[in-house]
Design a protein around this ligand. Sequence first.
Ligand code: PLP
Length: 370
Amino acid sequence: MTETTTLADLPLREDLRGEHPYGAPQLHVPVVLNVNENPYPVAPDVVADIAAAVAQAAVGLNRYPDREFLDLRADLATFLRTESGAELAPEQVWAANGSNEVMLHVLQAFGGPGRTALSFAPTYSMYPEYARDTLTTWVTGRREDDFTVDVDHAREQVRRHRPSVVLLTSPNNPTGTALPLATVEAVLEEVSAVGGVVVVDEAYGEFRRAGVPSALELLPRHGNLAVSRTMSKAFSLAGARVGYLAASRAFVDALRIVRLPYHLSAVTQAAARAALKHSAALLSTVDELRTRRDETVVWLREKGFDVAESDANFVLFGRFADRHSVWQGLLDRGVLIRETGPAGWLRVSIGTAEEMQQFRTALQEVVAEK
Ligand SMILES: *Cc1c(COP(=O)(O)O)cnc(C)c1O
């Protein structure tokens, strides 16, 4: 019986029929530059500390974990103070299994049937899924040709759709574009008028160029603003699944209502806290990756490609009449990048020097063939 059951036999929600599980291909190839991971593995001394902390946590695994994980939230607050000068109480920080789950909490708490979430496309392809899963109406305004967000357009979109949630991604994925704080503030002003909340997704915040501010600065003045971050990218800890956000206490209290009890395992909490003790070491590769990103942008432009300005650890470039064949040609040469973003563009994550050299060689071969 089991083998003959198809999805059509099961009472799947009508709106989920025909949907596929999200995810970039996980292929075993020599050069993996498709999901914006930090290419450098965790250093041995940090691994040792994480392992020891997890071993200690394992002793207590007969008990449920700390549901409020205020120790981890305090460590994250301390980190944000060091990184951006933000003064935050532990109660103003929230964490979950990746910022994907944090964002789902946001949509569960503030979205829902009859409500709307607004963002500006092209942007992160997961957002419409959180909206779908929480039965929230999903709408997008546009980004300009250079992928910036026009302030007047943004204001107009908020007035038109009256969203309860606005997601602003800065630096944006897949374009790399950071938003000026003036744009965030203008959106906040309109959103506050319609009673909504704004989340600035700074998953790539640590990679921003010098002089580019973090929206954390705006938190003290806006109770309906949250800034989300993750340990998946700059921190080299994608496998640990730890994302977090900073906001007002009231905002965080709303998320506490919808989270599953004990959603963050004792193992995750221990690993994250041990890692945060080494935040400087874990982030020590960020400068190098930033430099290599800027070099990649220059090189691609020299080769005649269109390249989006990037404040992240990836670069969007194009434009190709047949981007899929370019993507496939790179893959045939052992280099996996991402076929995403507007038609004609491809995205490459910044890897090690050797990986980027292999990317360059492969790309030149592929375009020479065309
Ligand atoms: C990678 C990414 C995240 C982080 O996801 P995690 O669940 O924390 O791994 C969040 N937002 C954007 C825009 C991303 O690209």
